[in-house]
Design a protein. Sequence first.
Lengths: 281, 384
Amino acid sequence: MPEEITTLIHKYLRHDKKFPHVWCPGCGNGIVLGSIIRAIDKLGLEKDNIVLVSGIGCSGRMPVYVDVNTLHTTHGRALTFATGVKLAKPSLNVIVVMGDGDATAIGGNHFIHAARRNINLTAIIINNHIYGMTGGQHSPTTPYGNYASTSPYSNIEHSFDIAELAVTSGASFVGRGTVYHVQLLAGLMEKAIQKRGFSVVEVRANCHVQFGRRNNMSDAVTMMQWFKDNAIKIENAAKMTPKELEDKFTIGILTDIHKPIYTQEYEKILQKAQLRKETKK
Amino acid sequence: MTTKKATNRLLLQGNEAIVEGALAAGCRFFAGYPITPASEISEVLSVRLPQEGGIFIQLEDEIASMGAIIGASLTGLKSMTATSSPGFSLMQENLGFACITEVPCVVVNVMRAGPSTGLPTRPSQGDVMQAKWGTHGDHPIIVLAVSSVRDCFDITITAFNFSEKYRVPVIILSDEMVSHTREIVTLPSAKEIEIINRHTPTMPPEWYIPYEDNSMGVPSMAAFGDGYRHHVTGLIHDIRGFPTQNPDEIKAFMERLFRKIAVGFSEIQLTKSFFLDDAEVAIIAYGSVARFARQAVREARENGIKAGLLQLITLFPFPTPVVKKVLKRCKAILVPEMNLGQIWTEVSMVSEDNSKLHQYNRIDGQSITPQEILNQLIAINESD
């Protein structure tokens, strides 16, 4: 193992945690975790000032391995807890890791409102198109026509585009990457964590065990190939026809805008409240 | 802490008194969702909390509100939410999270009649059992009931104190009658109020074991960002906070959760007694009904009936020893409730002679009047 990786492992992973981890061999979640850690390291964030929050599912198990302040919440509710943490102590860097079902099915309402509210949080959504931990049931991002343990005759629902949903809901920064394009992914993580405002990174990740197996991609390598063949860099997509873009998805930065941040706006509320209190006296 | 003059005479409604109590107790974070008859708590706090440097936020629903107050409490802020019965149903999921992670927080439920949307917004006491058993799994919880505007102030402070001391969510059950009644109250000054804060670790971070047992059964609680990096999870965890499936560790953890409430039981069981010393017929009541029962007791005594009242402030853990004493001493017991007997069931479980017990229940959205209780007392007295 290259020295750089062992150094990161020693610095950021918990040594007293009961390894091995819960993820299947070849799971994409490890790559996402690696990208988050590399971004944290590159940005030079203090471990004491980071809170890593998660919901429920395979992605939910990520924080326990990381030696920062970690919070493993209830299914779909990670952003609500993160909202409380961030507002109560705005100096903390709050990173929220969720899955596709976690963030856009049970937690869909919290997700769009967090984006609208623009609290300075970073939401990383690992989109593996399936409920992995519970046995491969179809999720809001299972493609139309695909198979899952609860859509044995094929999925007749249409899927969410998580990154586009985030853009429409008002997120300040939205990026999309895959676990195949790791360098792009690390860059997106870095920008998202740095961004002042609500930032989102959707990561297309492989669950070959539950999703791939039912859809002719039963190993990690085949799924990586799928990401490689179907991901189009946003700058290249602009030059392609709708026909060429059919069944493809874009990767890169979808939006990067500036709008007032909740915590900054709240400072103004505090000042106004003080003023009213003093004039009342 | 609120800065108040020595004489603090105010005209307040119950919901406003809850706000005053919360601020006096040191509450600095509130998240909530609009619902009648609890909305005044949000409205007044949206003005008052920022004036005290605290955070007020209205969220997308009650689920989010409950999550946010837990998150805020994990950074060290005293936190609260307030709702009414349908919203309380939505909070149950994350309320369980607060129980298992032992995060102090206070939840106010201004009860209205249910089930479902029920009777907006008529008084009820229909959520007594939901307060105890609403979230899944065996869990200890403290439930307090308020009966007057002054109660709303005092009991809210007590709720925060219990929550901080025992690291347990505390539910305050109010009802539409208490919350919307206005009366003049004289509130104590800050100096007269006892405030308890959670125990925080003082050892070097590398020695900190987040869920280590001690004589109280209440581990010290580090705030996120204070250098004591640790894991918080809704999974059953070992003393370091990491998930465990080990039966010995699970048993030790669950037993400690209940033990800490048992250790503090004598100070947690709060009741008030009126004319119980020589009472032959006793009323056991709580919330607004207790207040009307007091009036009924006075009138019964004028009619020559030796009546008394045991007012329950703490509903759970159920104050069994005090109730048992009353059961033993009195010939007959009346339990009037704005539900079909949720506390009556608890009373009957500790009673050795259920033939002594009498119920009086209303579930039609109307409050129980002193006259109705008096009529019951007269009937019971005549039948004996």
